[in-house]
Design a binder for this molecule. Structure first.
Ligand code: ASP
Length: 325
């Protein structure tokens, strides 16, 4: 028995030494950052900008892999199950918090399956429609939707997505339920909105700004407290007649639980540098957002944010009583 305990202790010591040695040389191969939505959408856009900058800083490629489906929960599950060695990361948004209550069964335990790298950005949303949709302002859009609730369609990226949350908030605010069409991300949903196959979407400015500016879709409101410089003629929800309808889509980088602290620290420092990269700042600004402050790009800040957001949305989702199985 004594022998067994001694050899287990030796094995454990070796494991700790090996992991701290690996942490010292980290990263010595390609890192994969999972986006839990389709390519070409808002999370993909943000992730690619951050990953490109972190690649330069870390001296290793940070490649982006899209694992879309089930409102971001499939991609999150993939990372929860990955080796905690710093080579598989997740960039996810507010859906990480809402899914914890929205899904009766989730393949991972949201608050215990991940380690934290830091917050990335908070992106406003826009209420948009296909270009040839009749209503001209938010009030007339609401009237139109109420009068045509059986034929109007709202695109989203599945239960747990930001577009799902915003769409639910919209339906609840106007007390009208209408048909939703789920996609693996709002990248493909935007393609259908441009093609006129769906009518409405509530999506992040990181996906809608260029289209609104180009006049290929119509914008009715932004969900931020103030208008955005890049969309200065789009009113806020408050101005347009939906006071209190505000939501910001915060994003964070996660690692599987058990990732060595030294690795998390390296990643967090690299994320902080990426958020100060002039190219990242400029591209974020063009898309109606800005990087999180350095103090928030830390494991402690993301942990606190996720915990408070799970607690914040739980009663809201429970009151709405809409769950995914
Ligand atoms: N962020 C998702 C995407 O990149 C969309 C969403 O959450 O609504 O497609």
């Amino acid at each position: 028995m004594k022998k067994l305990i001694a050899s287990l202790a030796t094995a454990a010591t070796f494991a700790v030494l090996a992991s701290s040695a690996a942490a010292q040389t980290y990263p010595d191969k390609t890192i994969t950052m999972i986006v839990p939505f389709a390519a070409g959408g808002p999370t993909d856009t943000v992730t690619r900008l951050v990953a490109e900058s972190m690649s330069k800083d870390l001296g290793q490629q940070v490649i982006v892999e899209n694992v879309g489906g089930a409102g971001g929960t499939l991609g999150a599950a993939r990372v929860a199950e990955a080796d905690p060695d710093g080579y598989t990361l997740l960039l996810h948004h507010i859906g990480m918090a809402t899914s914890a209550t929205l899904y009766r069964k989730l393949a991972y335990d949201t608050l215990n399956a991940f380690d934290y790298v830091g917050l990335v950005t908070e992106v406003p949303m826009t209420i948009v429609t296909r270009k040839d949709f009749e209503p001209t302002d938010l009030k007339s859009l609401i009237d139109y939707v109420k009068a045509n609730k059986d034929k109007v369609t709202l695109a989203n990226a599945g239960i747990g997505a930001a577009s799902h949350l915003c769409g639910m908030m919209f339906m609840n605010a106007i007390q009208t339920q209408f048909v939703t069409v789920p996609y693996k991300g709002t990248g493909p949903a935007m393609t259908d909105l441009l093609g006129g196959q769906v009518d409405i979407m509530c999506d992040q400015t990181t996906n809608t700004t260029k289209q609104i500016q180009g006049g290929t879709i119509k914008a009715y409101a932004v969900t931020s407290p103030a208008r955005l410089d890049v969309l200065s003629n789009v009113p806020t929800t408050e101005e347009a007649g939906l006071p209190g309808f505000q939501v910001g889509i915060w994003h964070g980088v996660y690692a599987p639980k058990g990732t060595p602290p030294e690795v998390l620290d390296k990643l967090s420092k690299s994320l902080q540098k990426a958020l100060k990269d002039e190219n990242v700042i400029a591209r974020f600004a063009e898309l109606g957002t800005k990087p999180s402050p350095e103090a928030d790009a830390t494991p402690a800040a993301l942990k606190a944010k996720l915990e408070s957001e799970v607690a914040r949305w739980k009663p809201v989702i429970e009151a709405a009583g809409q769950y995914a199985d």
